[in-house]
Design a binder for this molecule. Structure first.
Ligand code: GDP
Ligand code: MG
Length: 321
């Protein structure tokens, strides 16, 4: 009985994720950078995806993303929408649809998107849809916001009643991490328990902010703040940390002849006259980032308490399953 229950729980943590969008829009590049530790300049060497490429990505140890990277050449899109319709679109938790900002055939791209949305509504009406308006680095800085907003309106108009979130992204900056953190955030099991724990922990330590990152992707899982009113002047700080830490892991891997996935560090600290912060290895699958009051005592107390909280955190949230 126990093993039956356990296997049911394991199955519920497996999520089918459809990755779609025109050929050349950047699907495989993003997947390789986020989950396989490629760096942006190396993904140009990837070959084209033909038909569907299946891969499994582990997240937090207990969430398995079953990624269906769907080629995107016209002939294949045609077959996903017709002969393979049911097998491709049923049981999907998430659709990630990539729009290439450089595409010269916007109307056609939107028509294909509509057809995909119709198939998804039919077979997985509760799926979440994430649209990435991708390669934004190719748009001039001053125009980005306007063009992105315009695209979002067109996309929303074609998304039927599905739950939709859009992101502007590029493999050349931290926006990639913001988009993918937003995507996995929706799928992490036990998120409520994780946030409850972090909120209580922040109160105890008088921490201004606590952020949890996943170890191998360095994507943000969630964050909590003590003061909800306080507006931090750096709204993109989470994805910046992800980006910097991923590069750092690559540098460590190069210099120590390990792999980026296993390269890491135990504690990285900054102590200033007005605040302390540190980023530390937490559980086997997470890093934790804390901002605490200034002073040696507050810092030492926070580090010690963080180390002691590991087991309780793992037990209460079940994240290391
Ligand atoms: N400028 C720019 N190029 C990108 C970006 N993402 C991917 N690419 C390039 O787009 C091309 C196609 O990418 P690929 O991942 O193979 O597309 P897929 O067919 O959707 O899997 C490659 O040459 C990538 O280097 C991006 O954010 N900006
Ligand atoms: Mg591909």
């Amino acid at each position: 009985m126990a093993s039956k229950a356990a296997s049911a729980a394991a199955a519920s943590r497996k999520r089918k994720v459809l990755l779609m969008g025109k050929s050349g829009s950047g699907k495989s590049s993003m997947r390789s950078i986020i989950f396989s530790n490629y760096v942006a300049r190396d993904v140009r060497r990837l070959g084209a995806t033909i038909d569907v490429e299946h891969s499994h990505a582990k997240f937090m140890g207990n969430l398995t993303l079953n990624l269906w990277d769907c080629g995107g050449q016209d002939a294949f899109t045609e077959s996903y929408l017709n002969s393979q319709r049911e097998s491709v679109f049923s049981d999907a938790s998430v659709l990630i649809y990539v729009f290439d900002i450089e595409s010269r055939e916007l109307e056609r791209d939107l028509d294909t998107y509509s057809a995909v949305i119709a198939a998804l509504s039919e077979y997985s009406p509760n799926a979440y849809v994430f649209c990435l308006v991708h390669k934004m680095d190719l748009v001039q800085h001053e125009q980005r916001e306007r063009i992105y907003e315009e695209r979002c309106r067109l996309i929303a108009a074609r998304s039927e009643n599905l739950k939709l979130e859009t992101f502007a992204s590029s493999i050349w900056d931290q926006t990639l991490y913001k988009a993918w953190a937003g995507i996995v955030h929706k799928m992490v099991p036990n998120l409520a328990a994780i946030e409850k724990f972090l909120n209580a922990f922040a109160k105890q330590l008088q921490a201004e902010e606590i952020v949890l990152f996943e170890r191998s992707t360095f994507l943000m899982v969630t964050s909590v703040f003590a003061d909800q009113q306080e507006t931090n002047p750096n709204p993109d700080r989470y994805e910046r940390i992800s980006n910097i830490m991923k590069s750092y892991k690559h540098t460590v891997a190069r210099n120590t002849r390990t792999t980026p996935a296993s390269a890491g560090f135990l504690l990285f600290k900054v102590q200033t006259p007005t605040f302390n912060c540190f980023l530390a290895r937490f559980t086997p699958n997470t890093y934790i980032y804390l901002v605490v009051p200034a002073g040696e005592a507050a810092f030492n107390c926070a580090v010690l308490n963080t180390m002691m909280a590991r087991d309780v955190f793992a037990k209460r949230t079940g994240v290391e399953g």
